[in-house]
Unconditional design. Structure first.
Length: 124
């Protein structure tokens, strides 16, 4: 009997499919080994992940912006290839730093009141 090209291609595809399939027996053997290790008190390699380790605490804030301000912020975020929220956070952090700098380096004269005179106890 002569084999057609289509039949030969189906056989080849079936063979490739079988090679791609996962070996469920080996998976079960690995799971059994892992259960045996755990029953003996042998812990797996450090696969644990500490969630929130490097995260800063955040607070959600609702703000209302005029359309032109929203558009300007959205364009800046687009130019930097970041999200709108991330851009707003950057703006807020920069604004806080600016205010802190101005507070520490203000040119306005300050009135320092001292209680009493430094020369009161000079006679003694």
């Amino acid at each position: 009997m002569m084999e057609t090209y289509a039949a030969r291609m189906r056989k080849q595809e079936n063979k490739q499919e079988k090679e791609k399939m996962s070996n469920y027996d080996m998976d079960e053997i690995e799971r059994q080994r892992e259960r045996e290790r755990m029953s003996r008190g042998i812990r797996p390699e450090n696969k644990s992940v500490e969630i929130g380790k490097d995260e800063e605490p955040w607070v959600a804030v609702d703000i209302e912006l005029p359309d032109e301000d929203f558009t300007a912020i959205a364009l800046q975020a687009h130019e930097r290839d970041i999200t709108f929220n991330k851009m707003v956070n950057i703006i807020l952090k920069d604004g806080i730093k600016s205010v802190e700098y101005r507070f520490e380096h203000d040119n306005k004269p300050q009135l320092l009141n001292e209680g009493g005179s430094p020369f009161i106890n000079e006679d003694k």
